[in-house]
Design a protein around this ligand. Structure first.
Ligand SMILES: Cc1cc2nc3c(=O)[nH]c(=O)nc-3n(C[C@H](O)[C@H](O)[C@H](O)COP(=O)(O)OP(=O)(O)OC[C@H]3O[C@@H](n4cnc5c(N)ncnc54)[C@H](O)[C@@H]3O)c2cc1C
Length: 440
């Protein structure tokens, strides 16, 4: 339990990073509180109730290489709730659907000639096995793909995928990001001709979030939900926070760890110019995600990449082809997700209008689908869902230049793609940083 002498630590943000860090610190007798603006904890990995089950607002799974996540689940005594599930992948290019699960599908892929198919398979295999390469941070994925996969493969496969995921930034994304993404993914495939096996937690990420919350309650961590920082000042080595929202309170801290978007951090904490400028340089895309509950399955595929930049969604995820539909009283659960600029027309559309746009496109792929098959639908929007890892990306330190003010955000994850595994890795790094120094 915290003692009077323990440094007081305020964590802003009750996502996976904030919750894990609070747990690690509170276990070592630090005096910890969390401020979370939403009603639910878990941030981007949070879940909602649907058909008597919990489901992530945005599709979530994990890979065999996600060791920090698996380690945390073991530490919390819930590793037995991990399920490793086979999953089938598909690709829709705006005209046709292709199976795209494993090497055999690539060898049969009709949109490329046999030389290009072999090239696609061999170069991808090379990237899966290749160790991180410092030269990859200096060039863009598009440049590298054009050179090694060749123009044909790049135009048919990688360029539309990069455009779908990064819109106007598609030609700025670093080769490092692309390489590590392919490398990490391959950990979930035992043989080139077998389907990928993905990890999922029984009951969704909500199981982990609830377990962390229970532990935090046991460790007497105060969690202020539906609250936010209204005012901040730094006086005599103390960080003073005035909270607003559900909990109107003033908190004095030796350490503040802020896990909030960069621009918000700048406006509240006003760090030194050198730090705030770097934060302002990070570019983000927003994401929206429709969750549809259907009375029939659409396909046998878990994940379909929609490789058509004109499509209103890039990921068509049939969740109930990963986990059983019996979890959802027999309903099929579909996600339709897209990354886009936060001021784009699609991101700002009214729900019903966006739904019509998405449904019209979905019917292009599955013409038998009728509006009556949709039992319920939910729309979630995140204004800053993905940072753009450009070539020569500079990763910001946790230390902001002001003693005890630490900034922690998924945009500091490099070169891996942001994800729950790396949010947990960040929490361990921050714990090591905090516990290695004296702060009060
Ligand atoms: C579409 C999509 C799909 C994804 N799929 C996967 C996947 O398959 N596998 C995977 O591992 N990861 C996936 N991720 C990524 C993963 O969800 C995130 O990387 C991870 O959850 C980030 O955790 P975090 O705690 O760092 O940040 P966040 O989840 O962003 O948490 C930050 C918290 O801070 C709170 N907050 C913000 N502002 C304030 C404020 N002013 N005051 C108080 N609180 C505030 C937020 O409400 C939030 O709870 C996906 C993300 C998206 C968007």
């Amino acid at each position: 339990m915290p003692t009077k002498k323990s440094p007081k630590i305020t964590i802003i943000g009750g996502g996976i990073l904030g919750l894990t860090l609070a747990y690690l610190l509170a276990k070592q007798q630090y005096n910890v509180r969390i401020i979370e603006k939403n009603k639910d904890l878990g941030g981007l990995a949070s879940a909602f109730a649907i058909s008597d089950e919990y489901l992530e607002r945005y599709y979530h799974h994990f890979f065999k290489s996600d060791k920090h996540l698996q380690g945390l689940l073991s530490e919390l005594g819930i590793a037995d709730l991990i399920e490793w599930l086979p999953s089938k992948m598909g690709l829709y290019d705006g005209q046709r659907f292709y199976p795209f699960s494993h090497a055999l599908d690539i060898l049969k892929f009709p949109a490329l000639n046999i030389i290009d198919r072999l090239r696609l398979g061999l170069i991808s295999f090379f990237l899966q096995k290749k160790k991180p390469d410092p030269n990859f941070s200096k060039i863009t994925a598009l440049e590298w793909c054009n050179k090694y996969y060749g123009r044909n493969v790049t135009t048919k496969i990688w360029e539309p995928l990069l455009k779908s995921k990064f819109e106007d930034y598609y030609d700025k994304v670093s080769m490092d990001w692309f390489h590590i993404r392919i490398h990490d993914r391959s950990s979930s495939r035992t043989l080139p001709f077998k389907d990928e096996t993905l990890g999922y937690i029984k009951g969704s990420f909500n199981t982990l979030i609830n377990k962390l919350e229970d532990k935090l309650n046991e460790l007497k961590v105060e969690i202020f939900k539906e609250s936010y920082v209204e005012n901040y000042s730094y006086v005599k080595n103390k960080h003073l926070i005035k909270m607003a929202g559900k909990h109107k309170k003033s908190l004095e801290s030796n350490i503040v760890v802020a896990n909030i978007p960069p621009q918000l951090f700048n406006s509240i904490f006003k760090p030194a110019r050198s730090y705030s400028q770097k934060l302002n340089n990070i570019k983000f895309l927003a994401a929206y995600c429709f969750v549809l509950e259907l009375d029939m399955p659409l396909s046998k595929y878990y994940w379909t990449s929609v490789n058509d930049p004109k499509a209103p969604f890039v990921a068509l995820v049939e969740h109930t082809n990963l986990v059983s539909s019996t979890n959802f009283k027999g309903s099929s659960i579909i996600y339709l997700g897209k990354y886009t600029n936060s001021n784009s027309k699609l991101f700002n559309m009214e729900e019903s209008q966006l739904f019509d746009v998405c449904l019209n496109y979905l019917k292009k792929i599955y013409p038998d689908l009728k509006p009556e098959n949709i039992k319920s639908r939910y729309l979630f929007r995140a204004p800053q869902a993905q940072h753009i890892v450009t070539s020569n990306y500079s990763v910001l330190s946790y230390e902001t230049g002001r003693k005890g003010l630490l900034y922690a955000h998924f945009s500091q994850i490099y070169p891996h793609d942001r994800g729950t595994n790396y949010a947990i890795a960040q929490a361990y790094e921050l714990f090591n940083l905090i516990s290695s120094r004296k702060w009060n």
